[in-house]
Design a protein around this ligand. Structure first.
Ligand SMILES: Nc1ncnc2c1ncn2[C@@H]1O[C@H](COP(=O)(O)OP(=O)(O)OP(=O)(O)O)[C@@H](O)[C@H]1O
Length: 255
């Protein structure tokens, strides 16, 4: 690897479950400070890819690196990554603030610094007034926001977000989208999996579409939409539908 390695590299990343191949030779090269929009229909292998990139499941073949460290070395990668899975990993019996304090302790963030960050995020996500309530009593959106803060608390270099705006009302979704943009502007890298195409259209510097475990198209969102030549004003949705039909990719292939 070079002296300033990319945020995310993957080379032939593959995961098989028995005889089924969930992720099939995925290559990635995601630059620092960018947002990578990861699209794909249900069952395409997005979550499995993210679980490999966040060290939660081992690749069957191929490898990936986060800031130059292999994902097979959990100790090396752990501090560089934050992950918001589809279901935020929170304890119902804790309050929002207790959950974040617990995360801060696990991450060994000094108390004064963690309190400052927790207060800042709670305020930003309009959760300050509810921080003392049990997560049990939170709405889906409030849980989602706590999960997101949890993923960001240690200010990781690379953040993996699975459907971060799902379940959020428009104002909360906007706050999260602005936070994602600011993270990237501050030099963090965001790997964003979502079905909400306007979110990707607005935020992503690069879009990769996964279909049947393979990246079938990848590029700048504007470039991709321009490739649907026959239709004026084509959208990312048109691209998505075109490359994820059963007939396979018809837009320029990744490789
Ligand atoms: N632990 C597992 N054991 C067996 N098969 C699995 C396992 N995890 C995932 N799969 C299979 O791998 C394939 C990809 O699943 P994955 O959850 O990665 O897709 P996805 O793109 O995240 O889907 P969605 O958008 O619905 O969340 C699916 O066919 C799924 O059934």
């Amino acid at each position: 690897m070079s002296s300033t390695p990319r945020a995310i590299d993957a080379d032939g990343l593959t995961k098989r479950f028995g005889s089924a191949t969930a992720v099939d030779g995925v290559d990635l090269a995601v630059e620092r400070g960018t947002v990578y929009g990861f699209l794909g229909p249900n069952g395409a292998g997005k979550t499995t890819t993210m679980r490999m990139l966040t060290t939660l499941t081992r690749p069957t073949a191929g490898n990936a690196w986060i800031a130059g460290d292999p994902v097979t070395d959990r100790g090396a990668v752990r501090d560089s990554i934050g992950y918001l899975p589809e279901e935020p990993p929170v304890f119902d019996e804790l309050t929002g603030r207790e959950q974040l304090e617990y995360t801060a302790r696990l991450r060994e963030i000094p108390r004064e610094r963690s309190q400052r960050r927790i207060d800042g995020w709670l305020e930003r996500f309009s959760l300050s007034a509810d921080a003392g309530k049990r997560i049990d009593d939170y709405s889906k959106g409030m849980r989602q926001k706590i999960g997101l803060v949890q993923a960001l608390l240690h200010e990781p270099a690379v953040v993996f977000l699975d459907e971060p705006t799902s379940g959020l009302d428009p104002r909360a979704a906007r706050t999260v989208m602005n936070a994602i943009r600011e993270l990237a502007d501050d030099g963090h890298t965001v790997f964003l999996s979502t079905h909400i195409l306007p979110v990707v259209e607005e935020l992503a510097d690069t879009v990769g579409v996964l279909f049947d475990g393979r990246i079938v198209t990848e590029g700048d969102p504007d470039e991709l939409t321009a490739q649907i030549e026959s239709e004026a004003d084509s959208t990312l949705e048109d691209v998505f539908l075109t490359v994820t039909t059963d007939h396979g990719p018809t837009v320029s292939e990744h490789r």
